[in-house]
Design a protein around this ligand. Structure first.
Ligand SMILES: [Zn+2]
Length: 253
């Protein structure tokens, strides 16, 4: 194109693009479930759901390989006898997030009315450790701009659907204790998989990034921050423990 421009005949430049696509119908998908029973005699029936979706576009390292990795680490942590919770933890590896009609959490709620009745909080772990990209200081005359990939994670929005002060306060403490890169403002966002749990009328907690490589072929393993993964896993182990120890009133005031 540069040569055409220099020759002064850019107006006569023609281009043809083709996109070939296929449509698949009648697809099925399954949610994966893992249950850690609560040990408290009266709180044991109450459930905390910990959700991460498993399907992706392209390599999906950030949407949602990182969230799934953190979820698996948490399941391992709470499966140890010394970490057994008071309430029951239901880990949901949800399927069909990117496919219309196959929304995993929505089907889970529909097919398990007892589980839905007993759930007091649903936590959705979605896009949590992609590296941060910042514009470089260099800018070239033709507008080309370089970016720098930090080793640490991009900002994470923490949504608490019912704005429960107790839960929002835990995110503030989490920044101080673990250095997780949560944005400062409180939010009631319950996007992505969280939407499947909102009909329950309980606190839906969502941790979510929307970094530049989101939903692109650049979502590869190298785009994930290892320290970010570790910070998030440590924070959520503490966060879920605090939710587990809280009164029902504190979770859903
Ligand atoms: Zn996602």
């Amino acid at each position: 194109m540069n040569q055409a421009a220099m020759a002064g005949n850019l107006s006569r430049l023609q281009m043809q693009l083709q996109l070939r696509s296929e449509r698949h119908t009648g697809l099925t998908a399954r949610n994966g479930l893992a249950i850690i029973p609560g040990k408290h005699p009266s709180h044991g029936d109450e459930v905390i759901v910990i959700n991460a979706h498993v399907d992706a576009w392209f390599d999906g390292a950030g949407d949602n390989g990182d969230g799934l990795a953190v979820q698996v680490a948490l399941a391992r942590y709470f499966a140890r006898p010394e970490n057994q919770p008071q309430r029951t933890l239901v880990f949901v590896a949800s399927a069909g997030h990117h496919t219309p009609g196959l929304h995993g959490p929505r089907q889970l709620v529909r097919m398990n009315p007892e589980l839905a009745d007993n759930t007091v909080v649903a936590l959705n772990i979605e896009h949590v450790a992609q590296r941060n990209f910042t514009p470089a200081r260099s800018q070239f005359p033709d507008g080309y701009r370089e970016y720098v990939a930090d080793s640490a994670e991009a900002p994470i929005v923490a949504g608490v659907s019912n704005a429960a002060p107790f839960i929002n306060d835990l995110f503030g403490q989490g920044v101080q204790r673990y250095g997780v890169n949560f944005v400062s403002d409180v939010s009631t966002m319950a996007s992505g998989e969280g939407g499947g749990f909102t009909p329950l009328g309980i606190a839906v907690v969502t941790t979510m990034q929307a970094p530049p490589l989101y939903h692109t072929s650049g979502e590869v393993l190298e785009a994930i921050s290892t320290p970010g993964l570790e910070r998030m896993a440590r924070f959520l182990a503490w966060f879920i423990t605090r939710l587990d120890q809280a009164d029902a009133q504190q979770l859903n005031p």
